[in-house]
Design a protein around this ligand. Sequence first.
Ligand code: 13P
Ligand code: SF4
Length: 319
Amino acid sequence: MPENAVLDKERLTGFIDEEFALAEEILELKKERNAVILAHNYQVPQVQLIGDYLGDSFDLSKRAAQTTADTIVFCGVFFMAESAKILSPSKIVLLPELSARCSLADSIEAEDVRKMKAKHPNAVVVTYINSSAEVKAESDVCCTSANALKVVESLDEDEILMIPDINLANWVEKQTSKKIIKWNGACHVHHRLTAKEIMDAKKLAPNAPVIAHPECREEILELSDYILGTSGMLKLAKEIKDEELIIATELGLVQRMQRENPDKKIYPVTVRMICEYMKETTLESVRDALKMEQHKIDVPEEIRVKAYKSLDRMLSVIG
Ligand code: 13P
Ligand code: SF4
């Protein structure tokens, strides 16, 4: 049985008739294929709402490892679908939009990692999950924004190659005594956020704390009150007493947070924070993915086995 076998119309707030019809079609196709839909927090609201599981990279990789479904439809970007395939090789993993890439993951290739390792032979390679299967295969352990510091602190070694995100690596470096060697990669959506945009948002909502993603640059993190991955942000928004919050991450997360906290005012720091790759997936493309079994993600077995070790080590360190 698919995890979400009944169309819960209450949940599909704001859907127009055509979208309901698509949601019904998706549900039927999901039953036929015994499929599960995993959706990232940055997806457009309609796709968030039809997901069986909606979460951050870490939540979704755990779901991919545990699911009993035969097919996983990954509504996110390519490295997320690849991670699902690495963790669940016997399942069919579908990425509805093949061009849903990631600027951060695409900033580094396996050959770059091999060169770094040759230069720093004693270092352990800690790789952010936003990376290709080939890059993961060259790594010792993976991490996500939710567990990067914990993963680094769990290691016996004191020299860490932290790739590919320079901002995440800078942030971890500030909180650990270990030597952090970095790669100069960044997410274009988070990296381009400016201090002026934070100051302008603060002027509009002076009492609202700023919650930023660690993919933002150091000067942004210094102006922020909390630094968290997307799931950490959602948890904080529920628990915090403040009635207004400024969120410095992709807009899809802000939309989810507002939906789940209707009594609070959730402000995006700027509406410019949109990941065009994440927005490629639509209800139509999810329907087509299920209908035509497209686009199948495969990882060569030799790469998969090595990449699996890095992902599995992260899952076993953090649980
Ligand atoms: P999370 O792991 O916090 O969900 O972030 C993934 C991502 O792509 C951030 O840009
Ligand atoms: Fe990649 Fe940035 Fe998009 Fe996240 S927001 S998927 S890091 S390009």
